[in-house]
Write a protein that binds this ligand. Structure first.
Ligand code: PLP
Length: 418
């Protein structure tokens, strides 16, 4: 067992039935797969989404809005369910705007961020009443011109590239030279130009990073965000109606990672919001989260197609792979590869547990003809055979929506919401 590699922790929401088989919120995963009749299959659970959201709401201040960053998962039933749970949707393209509208989201509650918005996207957003998170002075000028042509007042928040970042975050979106937002010194002149042009200046969007599991790091970033918003508001000479504080709440994917302490983050945020500087007294605050809301609510179920040995190691080849699970496979080899949580559907109970008679170390690979297509490297699982199902966890975010679907032509995975 010396060459075993650990995997990340199994998320809450998943249990074993009396026979040890994997269930999600009391429903057998095997029977869901049999019912749908196809693998690979993404299964998302409404109950998981609802529970995650209600845990978050109870930890956060009452008057804090929670937005969903839909690029994490834009499957229509997920959008429709999130629509009724959150206070707003954050989009990052005209295409996402179409999906959100098709899912019945009111454009009033949408904000649109992203560098390089085309004129056609700006026009569509302005016409629909979507708030633009303006990313550059040039974009502000184009927005003003388009709004004038349409005879509609554009709603504009300014995206700030803060001089700080979210410490220890998986992906830094601020601090130094970045393609996102505007450097702090460009904010006041741009806000003034928008106000003078007769359009509606709404406030700020300050997003410093993603995938953090450190409450202290998030709290520190939020403290800096409030201070920055105060300074910028004074420079502009006007109070912002809304401030998007960003997000960055992570989920554990890998060994030794632990869940973010949201109670601690919520308490600190509550203290901040109870003690606001004069310029922010009447401001409404929101956070925007993607993976935290949907990541753990999804699993990716594959079927074992082949079982083979090579140089003494056992490989299980499944019918899915990195074309649906780029991040779990290790992002094209650019990072040190670590294992997402993965389990046998017919024996969740013993997955990841050592048993002298039943467990073995296996490498789970996908069906793509590249050595990068690996879903579990030397993981400890009960003995499995061709036809058994394997479940990969934390598949609700950046799985189907963020993988190279066309790579090697195996096609899409089915997705269902239960
Ligand atoms: C991607 C993104 C998010 C969501 O990030 P998660 O890590 O999924 O929470 C939020 N806001 C902005 C601006 C983003 O680009």
């Amino acid at each position: 067992m010396f060459d075993m590699k650990k995997m990340g922790p199994y998320p809450q929401f998943y249990q074993a039935d009396d026979n040890g088989q994997l269930m999600v919120f009391g429903r057998s995963v095997r029977s869901i797969v049999d019912e749908i009749g196809t693998t690979p299959l993404f299964i998302y659970s409404r109950e998981c989404l609802t529970q995650k959201m209600s845990e978050l709401r109870s930890a956060m201040p009452n008057n804090l809005d929670i937005h969903y960053a839909m690029k994490a998962n834009s499957f229509k039933p997920v959008l429709e369910h999130m629509r009724d749970l959150v206070d707003g949707f954050d989009l990052a393209s005209g295409g996402e705007m179409d999906l959100a509208i098709a899912a019945g989201v009111n454009p009033e509650f949408m904000s649109f961020a992203g560098p390089g918005k085309r004129d056609s996207e700006l026009e569509k957003a302005i016409a629909a009443g979507v708030t633009l998170n303006v990313e550059s002075p040039n974009e502000a000028d184009r927005m003003i011109a388009i709004a004038a042509r349409l005879g509609i007042k554009a709603k504009a928040a300014l995206r700030v590239n803060p001089s700080f970042d979210l410490k220890g975050s998986g992906m830094k979106m601020g601090g130094g030279a970045k393609q996102f937002g505007m450097d702090e010194d460009l904010i006041a002149p741009t806000a003034k130009r928008i106000i003078e042009s007769g359009n509606l200046w709404k406030g700020f969007h300050i997003y410093a990073g993603s995938q953090s599991l450190s409450a202290d790091a998030i709290i520190e970033t939020q403290r800096q965000t409030f201070a920055l918003a105060d300074t910028l508001s004074q420079e502009i000479g006007s109070s912002p109606e809304r401030i998007n504080l960003g997000g960055g709440f992570g989920i554990p994917y890998f060994p030794k990672e632990e869940a973010l302490d949201i109670a601690k983050v919520g308490a600190a945020l509550d203290a901040q919001m109870s003690n606001l500087p004069e310029a922010l007294k009447n401001t409404k605050f929101c956070i925007e989260l993607g993976r935290y809301l949907v990541g753990e609510a999804g699993i990716y179920v594959t079927n074992i197609v082949d079982r083979k040995m090579s140089h003494g190691e056992t490989f299980l080849v499944v019918d899915g792979g990195l074309h649906h699970q780029l991040a779990a496979s290790g992002n094209f080899g650019t990072v040190i590869r670590r294992n997402y949580p993965i389990a046998a559907v017919n024996d969740y109970e013993s997955s990841g547990q050592y048993d002298e008679y039943d467990s073995e170390i296996v490498t789970i690979v996908g069906c793509l003809c590249t050595p990068l297509d690996m879903l579990g490297d030397k993981v400890l699982l009960p003995k499995l055979a061709v036809g058994d199902l394997v479940s990969l966890f934390c598949a609700g975010a950046y799985g189907a929506s963020a993988s190279p679907l066309n790579f090697l032509g195996h096609g899409q995975a089915a997705e269902i919401m239960i």
